[in-house]
Write a protein of this length. Sequence first.
Length: 444
Amino acid sequence: MNKEIINKLIIFFLIPVSLLIFIFLVPPFQKPDEQPHFEKSLIISKGYLFCKKKFNNTVKLEKKYIDFIKNPYLDLLTHGKSSKLPLPVFFKDLFSVDRPGQKIDFNIDHLCSFPIISYLPQAFTLVIASLFKFNPFFSLYFGRLIMGILGYFWFLYLYRKIVDDYKPILLFAFALPMTLHQISSFSYDVLHIMFALTFFVLIINYRLKKRVDFWQHFKLFFVLFLFLGSKKIGYETFFLFLFLIPLKIKPMLILSSIFIPFYFLSKVTGAYDLHSAFSNQIIFPSQQLNFLLSNPFNFFIVIGSTTIHRIGFYLQSMIGIFGWLEYGLDPLSYFLYGLFFIYILMNFNLTKKYVLNKMKNFLLFGILFISYIYIILLAFVFNTQPGTLIAHGVQGRYFIPFLPFIILFIIQIKNNKIFQKILYYLIVMFLISATIYSVINRYY
């Protein structure tokens, strides 16, 4: 079976069928944080774009939506890992007639920091669902379907546009079960992942151009802003500088001096969210930050402990751990996706026009490495209770936007002896550290 047939099977059979499975067979709110994402999409569809106060922001919502959000058996599915969907009750609710009823107050303080741009398509689907008088259950499935269709055809467009040699990288990133699981949901991951893949295509295609004109610069900037505006926090260090890779030194400096102040100015409105996060009385972020700053070695201890303890989970959950992290694929499926990854690396032969110079390779590696550290430390400060050295809250799906660029870096160093040695040393050191950690963690 040749490469073209395999690609067509994945694009026109595996991906669409997987999307349909994740759209219709996964019950409502059984995807990561889908309930608050649905709530955010819903209030935007009702015209509530911004919170007007620091506390006690309430909006008027139809009682049917509140009942849907607080549905007992859906909540049981979320918090009871062995619970099953009660099909007779579910089908009765699914096909119930929409009855617009009274409106009641709904507190939205927990939704104020969510990025608006990420929910505009989902909100639009809820507006359409409301016009057709769909009940809340049908509205959610309709929204999932539209987002799945949007993501799929967006991918097909990018796949057609990207240079042929890089198509397998784009295909691998999109075909991951975790990508499809999130693409077909009420989540900001839909736009976030697609903006990341779009950005990758722009960088690869522009890398091959002898000269990047104003319009191409504009597209790079525009997609970069959309990406950074589509998620709350975590990817800034990565994507702030990643757009520099296809450019020469002079435009790199000019564009950086323009972009960075403008970007941080746009984030000033999030100052209250940062203040609110630091005042958390459960996680105690200030205490965590003081711990890190009290001794420089604490940074290395947290990063090392988290990596050794969680790297397997990150890789597995990037391929696919679903629901509220309570079920995944069988071991053979993970193995096959791993083989697919290795196949892409081994069959990619760089020609001269694709090779990055040493400075750009160091830039790419540095961005990936620093961004990983940044996300881990953010999780340690804002999502980890004092008393543990392992950062909590980071999942493999957070690294899907990084994936095409990780593959790009590995491809670049595959034939570079200096980078090969660095990579080999890092792998060996990791394996030794993991062994030491495993033994010490067990007995000491």
